[in-house]
Write a protein that binds this ligand. Structure first.
Ligand code: HSE
Length: 430
């Protein structure tokens, strides 16, 4: 029997869920033109009763077992019951749309193996980069590419905070409050500001690019923005750099060099124009060269827009009976990708030494750096700041192995007669 419409069951009616209902309501004509049939929300499940009592369902399993529902949209967030919803839906023969990066990154294998066994699809565009079609871009637009590198500003909240710090010259804590007021940062902002959200998104993109499940726990360095000092943001501006939280994964002959950390970006790089809640992702392929994706990475409507696009695209496969014939994510569960140990990662660095202003400090620091093969590209000494004995020495290094730099810094930091507190170190992206 031919389908007259596509029935959707929505599980999780928070900010994004409400946005999805709004867009499906407002863009009915666009949907009809693209799918050829209307898309209807048949049921909505949430913990609390909702503003549409006629659609409300208390138990998500009632949606999963409803034979009239074609497609389930999981917008709960977190690990459970989101994972259960996705797995049980696929097993019950439903197709799934999800925006849940945490659950996808953690249960990649289970989710895509289940989808393959039950010949169903799961679309998850909104899980990475909000409205930016980077999942589709990578898996379809760049399907032919051998990917060399993925580099991105993948978290809108932290990018908003960094923009606020720069714009108003305020410390991190104050900028975080503005992000909370603007509705980007959660009351407990750890998932965003500690880099975990970026790590999840990077793991998803890297798994897609290299056909293997790259686990978040195997990313050797995940560092957020919480201890960034406004002093360093201002100093590095004078050196021609902007600070961004970057997730990057780059193929090297010894493994994938992967990290999440605040980085300095040269002012002539496109990433420095990415402000506030915007995200950008640069994918570099063998034949494509650099491909840049840009757009709103956080916020209700951008995320909801990506979810609705997934619903539309999935509905087309449901109508044409082509869902799951060829798996959407193909990967070899036995293929292990080597990740480069972080110490072997090579980069230039910005260093700020808080020094005691006395004879020989500069030569002592440069001597220890040289001992560990860390070569200096530029330096600036500002001593006797505001008439005190506090001074700072800024050093920009040439490319160095992180392990060599860390050994040198350990020795310098332990020399209490020259440094006042721990040296600040920020990677420079090249
Ligand atoms: N908390 C996320 C961010 C939302 O700030 O980017 C979108 O994934």
């Amino acid at each position: 029997m031919k389908k007259k419409y596509i029935n959707v069951g929505l599980i999780g009616y928070g900010t994004v869920g409400k946005g999805v209902v709004k867009i499906l309501g407002e863009n009915k004509k666009i949907v009809l033109r693209k799918v050829g049939k209307p898309i209807c929300i048949k049921s909505i499940c949430d913990l609390k009763p909702i503003d549409k009592p006629e659609l409300y369902v208390k138990n998500f399993r009632d949606i999963i077992k409803d034979p009239e529902i074609d497609l389930i949209v999981e917008l709960i967030g977190g690990y459970e019951p989101a994972r259960t919803v996705i797995i049980e839906s696929l097993k019950a023969g439903k197709n799934v749309v999800s925006a849940n990066k945490a659950v996808l990154a953690k249960y990649w294998d289970q989710i895509f193996t289940t989808a393959q066994i039950y010949q169903k699809s799961i679309y998850y565009e909104a899980s990475v980069g909000g409205v930016i079609p980077v999942v589709q871009g990578l898996s379809e637009g760049l399907a032919s590419e051998e990917v060399f590198e993925i580099k991105g500003i993948l978290n809108g909240t932290t990018n908003f905070i960094l923009s606020e710090m720069k714009k108003h010259c305020v410390p991190y804590e104050e900028a975080l409050k503005s992000a909370q007021k603007a509705g980007y940062a959660e009351a407990n902002p750890s998932f965003d500001v500690d880099g975990i959200d970026t790590a999840n998104k990077l793991a998803i993109l890297a798994s897609l690019a290299w056909g293997s499940w790259i686990k978040v726990k195997n990313i050797p360095l995940v560092k957020g923005i919480a201890d960034l000092d406004i002093e360093d943001i201002l100093i590095t501006q004078d050196f021609g750099y902007d600070v961004k939280l970057i997730g990057s994964a780059q193929k090297t002959k010894d493994g994938i060099d992967m990290s999440v950390q605040p980085c300095l970006i040269n002012y002539d790089h496109a990433f420095t124009t990415v402000e506030n809640e915007y995200n950008a992702i640069m994918i570099t392929g063998k034949d494509s060269g650099d491909v840049l994706f840009y757009g709103k990475g956080a916020g209700q409507q951008p995320a909801a827009s990506a979810v609705v696009s997934d619903i539309i695209n999935l509905s087309k496969s449901i109508i044409t009976n082509t869902v799951g014939i060829i798996p959407d994510v193909v990967y070899d569960s036995k293929k292990k990708i080597k990740i480069l140990p972080i110490g072997k990662s090579k980069s230039p660095y910005y260093l700020r030494f808080a020094v005691i202003d006395k004879a020989g400090v500069l030569s002592k620091i440069s001597g220890i750096l040289a001992e560990f093969k860390v070569s200096i590209a530029r330096s600036l000494a500002q001593l006797n700041i505001n008439g005190t004995d506090y001074g700072r020495i800024i050093i920009i290094t040439h490319e160095t192995h992180l392990e060599d730099l860390e050994k040198a810094l350990k020795q310098i930091n332990a020399t209490k007669s020259i440094v006042k507190h721990k040296t600040v170190k920020i990677k420079i992206e090249v």
